[in-house]
Design a protein around this ligand. Structure first.
Ligand code: F6P
Length: 328
């Protein structure tokens, strides 16, 4: 194998604020290292359909602060089929591309792993609002989503207090309660229902009643989407407390918007690290590269992609308990 010359980058799965900043880093750092960088449109779907274009310094101008992804994204079920993977690999082969940077969540990591088994070097960059990727302390987009949730919940708090109501607010995160945990702690929510910790609705109801008796004029209950059906939870709490309540599902607002400085910086560091790893690959390396970029003790590192599938995600139980202690 000679030195790598052609690299492609794609964004895949749910978009996350900071994906553009990551694309920019891959393109600009890649060009600075002497690589030819190609952008694939619509994630793995675009790879299957052969939709890619060569990127230059100008292709990524003025995108660092923009939400979404200029390369577009898609959820691609074809990548779960051998035929889809083969087509994607064929596109890369026909374009002379030897390495692929995949910016996305855990579903996208599986696509990257499948491509790697066909001899293409892959480096995955964690980008998802959910913060649910094993092996990294942070995913790009998480901090922005938490801040978006906090801003929205603050507004709801005003009306909850004026009307003396309980508000149940659903946040995203799939099976991960990190958005709920951080946003809930930041906003001083009365209860946090998240998938990682079993809960008892009688306790939640009791806490609402205790609060009312103590003169509290509202309650904010955060329900992570993986923690159960918010409408059913609301019905149960309403009948257990008799307290007027409303439900707000924050939804996709959490996926949009400009990245926070924290996310933009993380994206710059992780995107650059991905192409550096490719550039550093020794010519003639026997095995195709299979890496993920990760944040480890606040340092951006690379580690085997396989760890994303074999390791265990660390849940911050202390932070959860603290939220409980502070919301009595
Ligand atoms: O993974 C990001 C995420 O926003 C999750 O929090 C949510 O469960 C899911 O994607 C929603 O997916 P879609 O936009 O495809 O409905």
């Amino acid at each position: 194998m000679n030195e790598i010359q052609r690299v492609a980058v794609l964004t895949s799965g749910g978009d996350a604020p900071g994906m553009n900043a990551a694309i920019r880093a891959v393109v600009r750092k890649g060009i600075a290292l002497g690589l030819d960088v190609f952008g694939v449109e619509h994630g793995f779907l675009g790879l299957i359909k052969g939709k890619m274009r060569q990127m230059n310094l100008g292709s990524v101008a003025d995108i660092i602060h923009r939400g979404g992804t200029v390369l577009k994204t898609a959820r691609c079920k074809e990548m779960f089929e051998p035929q889809g993977v083969a087509q994607a690999v064929q596109t890369l082969g026909e374009s002379g591309i030897e390495a692929l940077v995949v910016i996305g969540g855990d579903g996208s990591y599986r696509g990257a792993q499948a491509i790697q088994t066909h001899g293409i070097h892959v480096v995955a960059v964690p980008a998802s609002i959910d913060n649910d990727i094993v092996g990294t302390e942070r995913t790009i987009g998480f901090d922005t989503a938490v801040n978006t949730a906090v801003a929205a919940i603050s507004k709801i708090r005003d009306t909850a207090s004026s009307h003396e109501r309980a508000f149940l607010i659903e946040v995203m995160g799939r099976n991960c309660g990190d958005i709920g945990l951080r946003a809930g702690l930041a906003i001083g929510a009365e209860s946090l229902l998240i998938p990682e910790v079993p809960y008892d609705l009688d306790d939640v109801a009791e806490k609402i009643i205790r609060g009312v008796n103590r003169g509290k004029n509202h309650s904010i209950i955060i329900v992570s989407e993986g923690a159960g059906d918010i409408w059913q939870i609301a019905d149960k709490l309403r009948s257990a407390t008799g307290f007027d309540s409303r439900v707000t599902v924050l939804g996709h607002i959490q996926r949009g918007g400009a990245p926070t400085a924290e996310d933009a910086v993380l994206a710059a560091a992780m995107g650059s690290r991905a192409v550096e790893a490719i550039k550093r690959l020794a010519p003639g390396a026997a095995e195709p590269l299979s890496l993920m970029v990760a944040l480890d003790c606040q340092v951006v590192v690379t580690r085997p992609l396989a760890e994303a599938f074999t390791g265990e995600r660390v849940f911050d139980r202390e932070l959860y308990d603290l939220a409980g202690d502070l919301s009595i």
